[in-house]
Ligand binder design. Structure first.
Ligand SMILES: C[S@@+](CC[C@H](N)C(=O)[O-])C[C@H]1O[C@@H](n2cnc3c(N)ncnc32)[C@H](O)[C@@H]1O
Length: 211
């Protein structure tokens, strides 16, 4: 599939600005992925790469971080950040998350922040993520959760997402659950959530591949 990168290219500048507001999520990301020195981490749809300094530090010089995004403008910003901060264990590549040039089973952990829902083929991206993580590896996803909700807020956001980002409306949590044997929805503190409420427009999920 040929992807049109223009929509996300246009958002690269403000995405860089709003990333500051997402920094508190780093604590939950570290907790969920249980990163340790030497780990190999993949970030799907890294945008401007705001997570990369923290991921780089968490895996240390023995570890590695690969960040994938298909928007050239996002990739340029993420690469500039990597160069500016001297993150020698981080590589940023431009690729479609549904078709990544990566070895199967070659990552201990995968992160996707508001990225899987932004792709044109959510089921293919979820399968690709499952493919590249090693058996027993952990996948942490924060994403919009608009598909099943009928709340006025979710309906407005759905309209906005379709207009601004060509959002396909596929339910990311349901796709993860159909591919990974173990998926746990968690709240902002990492506590298990039995059922993600319909009225909540975002969700966090930890998926683990069969060991
Ligand atoms: C909402 S932004 C989130 C960016 C970043 N994770 C963050 O939290 O700031 C979604 C990102 O997904 C990227 N993206 C969309 N479709 C993609 C695809 N098929 N493959 C790789 N990246 C994609 C966009 O270019 C954009 O950078």
């Amino acid at each position: 599939m040929t992807l049109d990168t223009r929509s996300w290219d246009r958002h690269a500048s403000w995405s860089e600005q709003v990333a500051v507001a997402k920094r508190p999520a780093m604590r939950l990301i570290r907790q969920m992925l249980q990163l340790k020195s030497g780990d190999r981490v993949l970030e799907v749809g890294c945008g401007t790469g705001w997570t990369l300094p923290a991921l780089s530090a968490a895996v240390g010089p023995e570890g590695s971080v690969v960040a994938v995004d298909y928007s050239p403008a996002m990739v340029a910003r993420a690469q500039a950040r990597v160069a500016r901060e001297g993150l020698s264990n981080v590589r940023v590549i431009q690729a479609d998350a549904a078709d990544m040039p990566l070895e199967p089973g070659s990552f201990d952990a995968v992160l996707a922040m508001y990225a899987i829902s932004a792709t044109r083929d959510v089921p293919a991206v979820v399968r690709a993520v499952h493919d590249v993580v090693r058996p027993g590896g952990r996948v942490f996803v924060m994403d919009v959760h608009l598909a099943p909700s009928t709340s006025p807020l979710a309906r407005s956001l759905r309209w906005l997402y379709r207009r601004m980002y060509d959002w396909t409306g596929v339910n990311v949590l349901a796709e993860l659950t159909s591919v990974f044997p173990e998926v746990t929805a968690v709240d902002g503190k990492g506590r298990r959530v039995e059922r993600v409420p319909d009225a909540v427009p975002v969700m966090n999920a930890l998926a683990i591949k069969n060991a």
